[in-house]
Design a protein around this ligand. Structure first.
Ligand code: NAD
Length: 451
């Protein structure tokens, strides 16, 4: 861009997420001034390390459900948890992020003209009875199932944006994204590609839900981002448009490919299929080809190789950070201010007894008491998680903030494992997780928070 030229501004909501962070980098490369907002529900600031080096990138912690005060000509709305594990953890936040988020964008676009590119999803087709899925297919979605907060939230956001197009001529463009994978996916998001790679690299058995014959189509992230950018360049786009890679493979084939590419010697374990898991998913991209010349370039083998390299690097760096952190922990406790930590300490004290008693009930096979206790433990862990993140936001930038943040992540990992064990009714595992993992973690947090 030459001297004196004016940069166009793009707003990316959900900027710290997997797709958002790649998109920010691409837009910066295209010469945009980029504003990213994210509430960090599932995103991670480390995803933005590269974007943040640019003087044309600006980041705010913010929620898309709140009024948006940024001026931008282009808005990419990606703010919404996207993996089943994340979106089912907080269904209300998932649904409201889609629907209220779309509403806020419409309010913004009505005030100042801008183009909205909204990330919808192939989940709007539910468990499809038409294969592959063209945009004209209306879908087969359960409105009250465990996945509905995501599927129906996205469907409702589409409705809202299309009404805004008809009524107020808002330039809202909807892309329905199919499974996308690549570097920076969260290890713990429960999506099949990240699950398989993490399991293979850490020597765990690869978990296959069902018999592995269900098929999916996987699009490499760079191809998808290309599609988003091309969509923004169009003069106009009327209906929704699928973006994805139509290359199809079964989950069993994907598992074998990951094993081959990681050189892992691990095995496969089978688990029951989750509720409403679609049997087939494959985009019909005729429309995207016609409108934007969209044609994915990266095949699954090449894409997986790059993704595996990224996962391996991040896992190695986490391992060395953990060692470093352990060395600092003691010194860190001395630097703390009592205010938010006192709240954290109270929350931990209140929960520890509950956790012990829940563990005992599970171990004794007292089902009724165990499940009542489990609900209380989940509630109190929720409170601790909130207090922890309050504390690390206060201490962000200091070693102590980093340590507390690590605790938040470990707590989230453990809660995910607990929920998993609860779903499969595995009392022994619940008791073990509570006694041998959760309590020691809380004891370490409590030591940090000691007045
Ligand atoms: N990755 C895929 O395969 C895929 C497929 C279909 C659709 N999508 C859509 O693309 C978008 C991005 O997906 P992703 O894979 O990068 O997921 P992600 O979870 O990595 O990113 C979502 C980001 O949005 C943020 N966020 C969530 N709720 C928010 C809120 N209320 N306000 C502000 N920020 C909020 C999260 O913290 C996170 O950083 C999502 O809307 C998702 O539905 C993704």
């Amino acid at each position: 861009m030459g001297l004196g030229a004016v940069r166009r501004t793009a707003l990316v909501t959900g900027a710290a997420g997997f797709l958002g962070s790649h998109l920010c980098e691409r837009l910066l490369g295209e010469g945009f001034e980029v504003v990213g907002i994210d509430n960090l529900m599932t995103g991670d600031l480390t995803n933005l390390e590269s974007a943040r080096k640019s003087p044309y990138f600006h980041f705010e912690i913010g929620d898309v459900r709140e009024p948006i005060r940024v001026y931008a000509e282009l808005v990419f709305n990606l703010a919404c948890p996207a993996s089943p594990r994340h979106y089912q953890d907080d269904p209300y936040a998932t649904l409201t992020s889609s629907v209220f988020g779309a509403q806020r964008l419409v309010e913004m676009a009505r005030g100042r003209r801008c183009t909205i590119i909204h990330a919808s999803t192939s989940e709007v087709y539910g468990d499809p009875t038409v294969h592959p899925q063209p945009e004209t297919y209306w879908g087969n979605v359960n409105p009250v199932g465990e996945r509905s907060c995501y599927d129906e939230g996205k469907r409702c956001a589409e409705t809202l944006l299309f009404d805004a197009r008809r009524r107020w001529h808002v330039d809202a463009r909807i892309v329905r994204i199919f499974n996308t994978y690549g570097p920076r996916m969260a290890f713990d998001d429960g999506r099949v590609v990240s699950n398989f790679i993490t399991q293979a690299l850490t020597g765990l058995p690869l978990t296959i839900f069902g018999d592995g014959s269900q098929s999916r189509s996987f699009c490499y992230v760079d191809d998808l981002i290309e599609g988003l950018v091309r969509t923004a360049r169009l003069d106009a786009l009327d209906g929704p448009m699928n973006l994805g890679n139509p290359g199809e493979l079964t989950i069993g084939e994907l598992a074998q490919l990951v094993i081959e590419l990681t050189g892992s010697k691990t095995l496969l374990v089978r688990k029951a299929l989750p509720q409403d898991d679609p049997q087939q998913r494959k985009p019909d991209i005729t429309r995207a080809k016609r409108e934007i010349g969209f044609l994915p370039q990266i095949d699954i083998r090449a894409g997986l190789t790059r993704t595996i390299d990224d996962f391996a690097q991040r896992l190695a760096s986490i391992a060395s950070q953990r060692q470093e952190r352990a060395r600092h922990e003691h010194a860190v406790a001395i630097e703390m201010s009592p205010m938010p930590l006192a709240k954290l300490a109270n929350a931990i004290d209140a929960s520890s007894e509950e956790i012990r008693s829940c563990g005992d009930a599970h171990r004794l096979g007292d089902r009724m008491r165990a499940s009542q206790r489990f609900v209380r433990v989940s509630d109190s862990l929720d409170v601790i998680a909130r207090r922890l993140s309050e504390a690390w936001l206060v201490y962000e930038g200091l070693t102590v903030g980093i340590t507390l943040r690590a605790f938040t992540q470990q707590l989230a990992d453990l809660v995910a494992q607990l929920l998993d064990a609860q779903r499969s009714n595995d009392s022994v595992r619940i008791a073990d997780l509570l006694e041998y993992e959760m309590l020691p973690l809380l004891v370490r947090c409590r030591a940090l928070a000691a007045p």
